[in-house]
Design a binder for this molecule. Sequence first.
Ligand code: ADP
Length: 253
Amino acid sequence: ALEALVDQAVVALERARLVEAAARDRARGEAEALRTALLTSLGHDLRTPLTVIRGAAETLRVSNLPEATRADLLLSIEEEATRLARWMSAILDIVRLETGQLTPRREPLALREALENAAARAEKIHPGRPVVLEVADGLPRPRLDPSLLDRVLENLVDNALKYAEGRVRLGARREGAQVALTVEDDGPGIPPADLPRVFDAFFRVHRPDSVAAGSGLGLSICKGLVGAMGGRIAAESPIAEGRGTRITLRFPA
Ligand code: ADP
């Protein structure tokens, strides 16, 4: 009987070693994939705005242009520089999250206020686009980092406004021991085959009309930030009549 037990233990140990090795391989594979994606993005997303900036600066220097054309060129320099700055802080966020160098604050947070701020900001940037709030009464105050949550909501609302046309809904409700925050739109949605990958860094849904420029980093940063605060993020699509996207954040209440 003892021998049989020892045999079983040996088998169990061997199995544990295999599982561990597989997990290590997977982690290495993911790190490798991220590095490749980062380098590809460095080559592409960095070069395009730099080319525009250099071209515009050179034109301004060598030609005698009418005032209006000069203003246009200066504007495109400013826009491309802003895009570069945004892209670089996204890359920095990814690296900080990957290396565990981001320690969120944890303070009781008023969810209604956080959603109201997100809606107010959206209305300032996209006036005329309705943002509807559906916040349950008497919600608990989960311990979260207010500025990180703001960034997540900002990203999600921006996506909803970018990819959809109608109204955007922001919701908060209790779900047992958790609180759920939702951002919903009635846009074209995300193809089912792409749904599992939308939180991967640099992943973008291929759209023939290529709605809007993006880096494919927004949702992966959201996932990292939510995870760092002890929560989870999920995407559902379609949500009604073949359309719409709902992103749900869940945190311990
Ligand atoms: P980006 O918007 O920069 O491409 P994201 O990481 O924010 O990157 O989103 C990844 C992809 O998921 C996008 O390319 C987009 O096609 C899709 N997506 C995200 N949010 C929505 C949404 N609300 N409706 C439809 N598609 C979306």
